[in-house]
Design a protein around this ligand. Structure first.
Ligand SMILES: C[S@@+](CC[C@H](N)C(=O)[O-])C[C@H]1O[C@@H](n2cnc3c(N)ncnc32)[C@H](O)[C@@H]1O
Length: 268
């Protein structure tokens, strides 16, 4: 088995690890891996790949410089913008966005939104995001925080809470949903647009198998989370739910959940 890639190889985003046909096949199936050029996989087992990938992906350079750019590119195309606009059209008033990322939702908030609090534990692509915030018609306050801890907002502060492509990434997602539930007003809305677990059992099994790898290369992203179940378990009632497969997307990432949820009760 060949040792972990040299720093030169890592810098060119190629990893040489060992040989195992099923591992190569499993990984090469995934577009996102190909984009990272993780195609030269030669190791014992899929499981053996994961810690090695983890070493590579958790390196500061990848997480700080490569991943945010990939994210911005993959989620920032005009087609995605159309989905974002539709997902956000019911937002109004004082709004909280959890998992702000690179601010890709900013152009799509409706005029009814009067103030946006944008929360994320990372401060990705700071210059690019600052420009987006400056150009946003909605006043934005950025808060660098983990949403699964106690949020610094009183109960029932926000008219709208928003997540897009975020429930997949929050480590303690139920704790974050519980906080979102606490800070949204009783009459407020929670708008979500998320990828998650496929209804097709075969695809779901593939998602389960690929999840450990995605978790590493996607900096904490899970492909197999049952989004609707997570939301309802957090005491939200799902008022509308649209499920569809995102076009031109690998099957394991394509199951989309878009909808509006409201509080069932006020949790303390
Ligand atoms: C795939 S990105 C999506 C970014 C953005 N919402 C979008 O639609 O483009 C997931 C985001 O969730 C954020 N995130 C991860 N863990 C989080 C947490 N514990 N609390 C809040 N945000 C978190 C990440 O930093 C990242 O910005």
């Amino acid at each position: 088995m060949v040792a972990v890639a040299t720093s030169e190889q890592r810098q060119s985003y190629s990893i040489r690890l060992g040989t195992h046909a099923s591992c190569v096949q499993e990984i090469e199936q995934q577009q996102c891996c190909r984009k990272l050029n993780l195609s030269i996989m030669e190791t014992g087992t899929l499981e053996a790949c994961v810690p090695r990938l983890s070493q590579f992906c958790k390196m500061g350079f990848y997480a700080k410089h490569i991943f945010p750019r990939l994210l911005d590119w993959a989620l920032g195309n005009p087609q995605m913008g159309k989905y974002r606009r539709r997902a956000l059209e019911a937002a109004y008033g004082n709004t909280l966005e959890i998992g702000f990322g690179t601010g890709l939702n900013l152009p799509y908030y409706p005029q009814a939104v009067t103030q946006l609090t944008a929360l994320d534990p990372e401060n990705m692509l700071a210059k690019r995001v600052a420009k987006r915030i400056k150009e946003s018609p909605v006043p934005v306050t950025f808060v660098q925080l983990d949403a699964s801890g106690r949020l610094p907002f009183a109960d029932a502060t926000f008219d709208s809470v928003v997540t897009t492509f975020t429930l997949c990434s929050i480590d303690r997602v139920s704790a974050a949903l519980s906080e979102m539930h606490r800070v949204v007003k009783p009459e407020g809305v929670y708008l979500f647009f998320e990828h998650g677990r496929s209804r097709d059992p075969r695809t779901a099994r593939r998602q389960d198998r690929f999840n450990p790898i995605q978790n590493v290369i996607g900096c904490g992203c899970h492909v197999n989370r049952p989004i609707d179940a997570l939301i309802t378990t957090a005491d939200f009632h799902i008022e509308t739910l649209e499920e569809f497969m995102m076009p031109k997307t690998p099957q394991i990432m394509a199951a989309m959940y878009k909808g509006i949820a409201r509080k069932l009760s006020i949790k303390n």
